[in-house]
Design a protein around this ligand. Structure first.
Ligand SMILES: C[S@@+](CC[C@H](N)C(=O)[O-])C[C@H]1O[C@@H](n2cnc3c(N)ncnc32)[C@H](O)[C@@H]1O
Length: 278
């Protein structure tokens, strides 16, 4: 049997340890307000932006879809007294997140291997569904939104942030730039970016309402400089884990992504939506 190393589960099993060094504890982009923040501050600010949209209350049940190594889930459980179930297709991620919760003495953050597009959880069982930078890895985007809506209780809220496509990319351009996209795939795994308005349509088709979308592309741009700093700082350690070609691809992908951001092709968005009722 051959394993597609770019498929999300295999990709995340392979890169989790190295990405702790390159991306930090929270495996997502940073939101920069002044532009001078360090990466940990900026990633925490993006989490804070999602928290603001979610509006947590103590005792709520939260589903974290694509939980990485559990840093955002642990923060939610610690700071807001909510009970979080984090799910991911990466067994390595579940093990790291479970260890994090145990080390922090957090009994209210638990983690399981499950697929966000077919989660197998009971309907109407969560007050909040949190999807932080994982949706671009799930090809069945409408299915993901349907699953999120299915498990949300009436009156519950979905919050999602991710990389977005900000303009159509014609087939001819995709062909001409296929090397760039291949480097991104090698560094970040198989992914597809949708426009914020497509996310809005999937959410509405899934029966969610009060959909709010925010484009925060400019505030995320400095992320690439901080990741480059981490490549420079940790190159030897990361090469020992991933091998030199992978680190070279990661570094080249930063130049490619920076251009895609600056030319208005890709960027970053936040969406929130409510389940009707109550
Ligand atoms: C960029 S990381 C984000 C991790 C975490 N949300 C954070 O912000 O720190 C993407 C996560 O999505 C997970 N993932 C990818 N495809 C998935 C799927 N179909 N179902 C659930 N999780 C998935 C990956 O394993 C990884 O944990």
């Amino acid at each position: 049997m051959t394993v597609d190393t770019h498929a999300p589960a295999a990709h995340y099993d392979r890169v989790t340890a190295a990405w702790g060094l390159l991306l930090g504890e929270e495996l997502h982009y940073g939101l920069f307000r002044s532009g001078d923040e360090d990466l940990a501050t900026a990633t925490a600010q993006l989490t804070a932006r999602m928290i603001e949209a979610a509006g947590f209350e103590p005792g709520q049940r939260v589903l974290d879809v694509g939980c990485g190594t559990g840093a955002p889930a642990a923060r939610l459980a610690r700071e807001f007294g909510v009970e979080v179930l984090g799910i991911t297709t990466s067994a390595v991620g579940v093990a790291a997140a479970t260890e994090r919760a145990r080390n922090e003495g957090l009994a209210t953050a638990t983690f399981e291997v499950r697929d966000g597009t077919d989660n197998g959880l009971p309907p109407d069982s969560f007050d909040r569904v949190w999807v932080m930078e994982s949706s671009h890895l799930m090809p069945d985007r409408p299915g993901l939104l349907r699953e999120c809506a299915r498990v949300l209780r009436p009156g519950g809220r979905l919050v999602l942030c991710d990389i977005i496509r900000r303009r159509p990319i014609p087939f001819q351009e995709l062909r001409e730039r296929r090397r760039e996209f291949a480097v991104l795939r090698s560094a970040f795994g198989a992914a597809r970016m949708d426009a914020l308005e497509e996310y809005r349509a999937y959410a509405e088709a899934a029966g969610l309402g009060d959909v709010r979308c925010d484009d925060i592309t400019q505030e995320t741009l400095a992320t690439f400089d901080r990741w480059q700093d981490n490549v420079d700082r940790h190159r030897d350690e990361v090469e020992a884990i991933l091998g030199r070609p992978s680190v070279d691809d990661f570094e080249e992908s930063l130049t490619i992504l920076r251009s895609l951001w600056l030319e208005g092709t890709l960027g970053y968005g936040v969406l929130s939506a409510s389940s009707p009722g109550e």
